[in-house]
Each structure stands twice: as C-alpha cells, then as structure tokens.
Design a protein around this ligand. Sequence first.
Ligand code: ATP
Ligand code: MG
Length: 426
Amino acid sequence: MKRTKLVVYSRDQHQVSRDDMDPDAVRVLYRLHKNGHIAYLVGGGVRDLLLDRKPKDYDISTDAHPNRIKKLFRNAFLIGRRFRLAHIKFGEKIIETSTFRREPEVDKRAKGEFFHKHDNTFGTPEEDAHRRDFTINALFYNIADFSVIDYVGGLKDLQKRTIRCIGNPDIRFKEDPIRMLRAIRFAARMDFNIEPRTWRSLRRNAAEVITAAPPRLLEELYRFFGYSAGSASFAWLKRSLVMGVLFPELTAFIKARRGRAAEFEALLKAIDEGGDPYAPPKAELIFAVLLYGMFEVRCAEHIERGDHAGHEVVRELLEPLMPRLRIPRRIGDRLVHILDAQRRFDEQPGERRFSRERFMAQETFVDALDFYAIRTAAGQGDPATLEDWREWVKKDPPPEHAPRPTRRRRSGQRRRRGPRNDEAEE
Ligand code: ATP
Ligand code: MG
C-alpha cells in the first residue's frame, strides 16, 4: 500500500482548539495523557473542527487497552463482543474511546464462523489511520502538544474540499460497500467533491452497495437526511448510480416522468428545510417523501380499474423495499396510515361520513400532518388547508399517545455504527 509521509502540523499551523471541543472529551484526552498514554481526538470530530463546524460527537483513540481504559474511568463501559471499545458516559453523552486498531486480517464478509488470526487486532497510530475510510477522516489531534497528525494527506484534501479513499478505492469499497454511501454523505453534507479515482471506483462498484448488511444500509439512509442534506445526497446518489441499486422502483418512476422528478426533488428540499437541521427527520417522514409520488400515481391507476386504493397501494410499494432495507414492520404499518391519510386533509370535513375527530385521534395523525406540511412546503398541498388543520389541532389537541420508542436519540447519545470491523462486535 502506498503510504503518504507523516506530516505533523504544530498548534499554530492549524485551527483546532480545545476551546471549541466538548469539555468532557477534553477531560478524557487529558486523563489518558496524564496517565502516560497517547490520546488523540480522531475522525469526524477533528474534521469538523478544522472546517469550523460543530462536531456531532467525539471519538478518541489511544494506545491504552480497553481494560486499562476501564480502570482509568469509572464511567467507562466496554462494549462489543470482544470488549474492544469503551463508551465513556457523561449523562446521556458518550465519548467513544477505542484502542488503536489495524485492518483485520480476515474477511468478515465470508459466511459462517470466523476467527481472528491473531486475537489482537490492536495496532499503531499509523495503522489506525490507514484502516479509516477517507483521508479527511483520518486526522488525529494530539492532546500532548496540540498538534494535528496526518499520515494520509488528509489536511491537504480538506483544504481542497475533496473526499479521497485511503488506499485503493476498488479494494476499500469492496471490503465495505457502506463506504460508498459514506463518501456520498460527506460530499453532500459538506459540499465537497469526490476525487476522480475514488469517484470512478464508486460508480464502478455501485452495485455492491446492496451486499451491505440491511441495518447498516438503513442507518446510512437516515444519515443522508441529517444536516439538511437529503436533497444533495439524492443528487449524488443519482449521479453515482447507487440510487438505481437501492431504489430501482423510484429511479425508474422518476426517469419515466419528468414532472415527478421535480416533485420528488421539491419534497426532498422541503424535508431538508423543516425540523431540526442537525438530526435526521423521523424515518416515517423520510419514507413518505420517497414513496409519495409513486403512491399517488398507483392510487390513480387502481381507482381507474375500479379497485380500492389506499392501504393496499402502500403495502404494494413497501413489498420490495421492506426486505431490501429491513424496514421495521412498525414503521411500515405507520407509513400505510400516513400516506393514506393525505387525501383526508384535502377533503371537506363532514364529507363522506368522515369524522375529523376520529381522524385526529389516530396515532399517526401528527406524523401525517407533518407530512402534509412537507407537501405544502413543496407546493403540493394547500397552505390554507394546512392552516385550518393546525387551528383544529390547537383547539383540540390530539390525545397523547403512549410514548413509543423513537429512532432519534437525544443529543450526545450515539447510535451503533462503525466500520465493518465493528460489526461482529456490537
Ligand atoms: P459523522 O459526523 O457523521 O459522525 P464521522 O466521520 O465521525 O461522521 P462516524 O461514523 O462517526 O463518522 O465514524 C467515526 C470515524 O470512524 C470516521 O471518521 C472514520 O475515520 C472511521 N470510520 C467509520 N466508518 C468507517 C468505515 N466504514 N470504514 C473505515 N473507517 C470508518
Ligand atoms: Mg462521528
């Protein structure tokens, strides 16, 4: 593997500052350092600070082994099957602290049992940098002297606003196809370009995306919508050919009808603009945006044939999608109601034995109205009607439904994620 020469940028050569970091992350770094260990802030945290963005979470890497980390921090919890990762907890916040690792020597994609050739997959800082996905994600901030350590030319790429695979992109993408989605996500979110070799490889290997584990695919799909980047992400997905692999039905649909492509893009923009720009919107709303155009057209077709149109159409649309992305049944069920509810908003209350009260008491009503608001922002719903419904909600708030587990975490909490190397551990 071609290795770039190590470059160390001293504190006056970069703009990462402790003052901009989460104080608990700084605390963890110092405690490791004062106990004689190497302690680096790594990954997205360093990248975002260098870009003057507020990091979502903080990852730390160290030469301290997990058991040692556990001893140093009362609030450390070892996780993963092999306890190779420590979560250091501060209330809801988790500082993920991991021991330097190298690329595992076994291909975990192979089916069946596997064993580590060596039980020890820990590595040096350099090996740890090289196992990461993109150069901009492999920078280390060293608490010992406040320098930024760069084994892979990441800082130059960051300045050029470029996503570049570490190593041979064909190999890296085959090893872990999720990396293709990550490249797209970072390019969309930060408005970066993708370096030509990485880009050609991404297009060449697009079909492999579907071989990734469905839960990871789903997770990445949600992550596209964080930072209001849903629309930009789908533009990249389309160009990269990945969209046709993940969503062949939708891709064919908008290809065949230009007007529908514009409507879909308007919905994406609207979901980006509403809600919390930091966290992804609810899964139900994401899927509603993805399916709504097809839903409308299919409903019209069903009605023309004299068939029922509503629930069964949503079920039809979900049939290929649910197993592909392993969408939880609960979300599928809710989506049926949310999409079917859309026509209700445009109906005059009282029409056709339709009871507004009963409609508003439905558990999915609030989400359905949120989706109507997205449609309205996209120019596909009536603002006056939306206003009326919001008035009714104000006057007569829908009953509180039992809190249900949501996919969204409170800030600071993190979802399970990580490179394929982590998969077997978590
Ligand atoms: P975000 O801001 O979305 O959290 P991030 O870069 O921090 O972006 P994480 O998923 O939190 O992404 O991962 C933390 C770091 O772990 C990454 O910056 C990268 O160095 C490494 N990493 C994560 N996933 C992979 C992967 N699939 N292959 C290689 N390295 C990965
Ligand atoms: Mg992160």
